[in-house]
Design a binder for this molecule. Structure first.
Ligand SMILES: [Zn+2]
Ligand SMILES: [Zn+2]
Length: 407
């Protein structure tokens, strides 16, 4: 039996508290960068396992030093979303919170980060319970604010790199709708896209709806922009490259007979290559300015980038090593090769801050053959098992691929 299998013999003992904690976290989600109760609970558990715990940039880091050997960092994100839960689960969230704009919003773990916390704590517990099976330093990192692309940067800004030993490698995982629950999957190279959002404000000149010739209509201007933006991916990006431009929000005006003085568009951009992302953003800016000029807009448009996510680009060597470890522990039939995913993550900001390679993988959340709903959907309801056990097994397998001692 391999080292990971011996460590995972303790899995059945921790499953009861893992399930109980999962239900508790699911019922009590917290918005990005407001995860104080969640962080306190994580810190309390890590301390009870024997970790040296620090609060860094809104997140929690537990370090377990266990003799000479490599240092491995495993990251789990902990925040929830402003989504009104509609899963019908008896442990569904009914929580609300005040968002950054001061609005009261519903809160739900609609991206499965509650499962990430529980798997991360489970791995931390098993590694602490089995110190004779490995050597080195284990860093269990719990990151806030993934959904707003702010948490990894916040931890780095708060001195993460100087506050913990430098890892040799960083690992992370996410619960997904593909593969099925019980399986894990990853891919070398770009796994998650780089993404950014843009807020575009264009200006017109207000007028009575009956007198359009006395105004400049920002509704028509914004509409032309929306249509023209479709040409970026269709006509400017090579067919072999991947890009997405979505206008998720278009707001203007208040009344049928008033031509308003501005329109605001919210855009989302994805690519598997930072250069292509930059090309798309430049094309958006060019089109917006040109349409404003064509309309006779009285004022330059305002274009603001926000929620920018880096590329998640798995190191081929680390991915090969982690994949071999996952196969050894889970069996070949539970490990799949994923296609790149169009979602984005801020995970890579952490390994990039240390200048170290990384591997990120997915674990399934839905029972084979059952209907699935995507992450962020109000009905997103992963099955508790084997999801939590698989996430814990994968974390232990990935970490022990690096943490010293031969099998
Ligand atoms: Zn998410
Ligand atoms: Zn997520």
């Amino acid at each position: 039996m391999g080292r990971s299998q011996r460590v995972l013999e303790g899995l059945a003992d921790i499953t009861p508290w893992q399930e109980e904690l999962y239900i508790d976290l699911h019922r009590n989600p917290e918005l990005s960068m407001q995860e104080s109760e969640t962080a306190a609970e994580i810190a309390r558990r890590l301390e009870s396992f024997g970790y040296a715990v620090q609060h860094i940039g809104g997140g929690v880091v537990g370090v377990l030093e266990n003799g000479d050997g490599p240092t491995v960092l495993f990251r789990a994100d902990i925040d929830a979303l402003p989504v009104k839960e509609a899963t019908g689960l008896d442990y569904a969230s009914t929580k609300t919170a005040t968002d950054a704009e001061g609005n009261t919003v519903p809160v739900m773990h609609a991206c499965g980060h509650d499962a990430h916390i529980v798997a991360g704590l489970g791995a931390a517990a098993l590694l602490a319970d089995n110190r004779d099976e490995w050597a080195g330093t284990y860093i269990a990192l719990f990151q806030p604010g993934e959904e707003t692309a702010s948490g990894a940067a916040s931890m780095v800004a708060d001195g993460l790199v100087d506050k913990v030993p430098k890892p040799d490698v960083a690992l992370g995982q996410h619960v997904l709708v593909t593969p099925w629950s019980g399986q894990v999957g990853t891919i070398a190279g770009p796994m998650l896209s780089t993404g950014t959002c843009l807020k575009v404000t264009v200006f017109g000149k207000g007028s009575h709806g009956s007198m359009p010739h006395l105004g400049v209509d920002p509704v028509l201007l914004a509409s032309s922009i929306v249509v023209r933006l479709q040409s970026i991916v269709a006509r400017e990006i090579a067919p072999s490259d991947f890009g997405v431009v979505t206008v998720g929000s278009l707001q203007a005006g208040t009344k049928a007979n008033i031509i308003p003085d501005r329109a605001v568009l919210l855009l989302n951009v994805r690519a598997y290559d930072s250069a292509i992302r930059d090309q798309i953003v430049a094309a958006i800016e060019r089109i917006v300015r040109a349409e404003c000029a064509a309309t006779g807009s009285p004022q330059d448009p305002e274009i603001e980038l926000f929620d920018s996510y880096p590329l998640t680009d798995n190191d081929p060597e680390v991915t090969a090593k982690v994949t071999a470890a996952l196969v050894a522990v889970l069996g070949q039939d539970r490990v799949v090769t994923l296609k790149p995913i169009t979602a984005s993550e801020d995970f890579s900001i952490i390994p990039d801050a240390f200048g170290i390679p990384y591997c990120y993988w997915g674990f399934g959340g839905f029972a084979e053959g059952t209907p699935t709903l995507p992450n962020h959907n109000p009905g997103f309801a992963p099955v508790i098992q084997p999801t939590l056990c698989t996430g814990t097994e994968a974390a232990v397998a990935g970490v022990l691929a690096y943490l010293g001692k031969e099998n």
